[in-house]
Write a protein of this length. Structure first.
Length: 225
């Protein structure tokens, strides 16, 4: 095959490549989709990336677990757990997914489930998944443990978190113990109680006694021994 034939083959290959490139560029211009200014549907529980730093949530008082857990709705909590199941398996012996398996998670040592690669931030946090810890973490994972792999936006509703924790507690071979209710504050003194004695009250004569005769009456009284 002489050089003329080779030139024709090379020219055909180059021409084809240029043609494909031109067609692709033209197609991108013609069929480029118009991106909406605002998404038409936002999946609840997925964090929106705004490019800014996470804002710390408003501090809230943790519940009295001895009071709220016995009356919590674990069935409603199971419904809330669907949000968790996007990334976690909740069944006994189930696999790790994007997140670790959550069966028997209440009071489990943090970052301890076998086979899951936890973030350094989660390992460094230490401690157990107590009721209080779960309550705070589920509200805003990325704020409570900065650096966690968990990108879930969190659950702001206190009631939903309590019900979810009640369900997670029940999802175990031996559910974690419910603490005793916190002691109630001492009752305030009853209204209308006698006022404390005021200085000088002892020097006042009894009602109905003439002030002028009071010293004489005091002198006539026998001395007590």
């Amino acid at each position: 095959m002489d050089s003329f034939e080779w030139n024709k083959i090379i020219g055909a290959v180059l021409g084809t490549a240029i043609f494909i490139f031109v067609v692709r560029q033209a197609a991108e211009v013609i069929y480029e989709p118009e991106k909406p200014a605002k998404p038409g549907y936002v999946v609840e529980g997925v964090a929106e990336t705004s490019g800014g730093a996470a804002t710390a949530p408003v501090a809230e008082t943790t519940p009295d677990w001895g009071t709220v857990l016995p009356t919590a709705d674990a069935a409603a909590g199971k419904t809330v757990s669907v949000k968790c199941e996007q990334c976690h398996d909740l069944s006994k012996g189930g696999p790790n997914k994007i997140g670790p398996n959550l069966y028997d998670v209440v009071d489990r040592p943090r970052a301890s489930h076998p086979g899951f690669d936890y973030s350094g931030a989660m390992k460094a946090k230490g401690g157990n998944w107590t009721y209080d810890e779960l309550f705070k973490f589920i509200k805003s994972p990325g704020v409570y443990i900065p650096g966690t792999k968990m990108s879930f936006a969190g659950i702001s509703s206190e009631k939903d978190r309590i019900n979810l924790i009640a369900y997670l507690r029940s999802n175990a071979d031996a559910p974690a113990a419910i603490p005793a209710p916190a002691p109630k504050a001492a009752a305030a003194p009853a209204a209308g109680a006698a006022d404390a004695a005021k200085p000088g009250d002892a020097a006042k004569p009894a009602a109905g006694v003439d002030a002028a005769k009071a010293p004489a009456a005091a002198a006539a009284a026998p001395e007590k021994k």
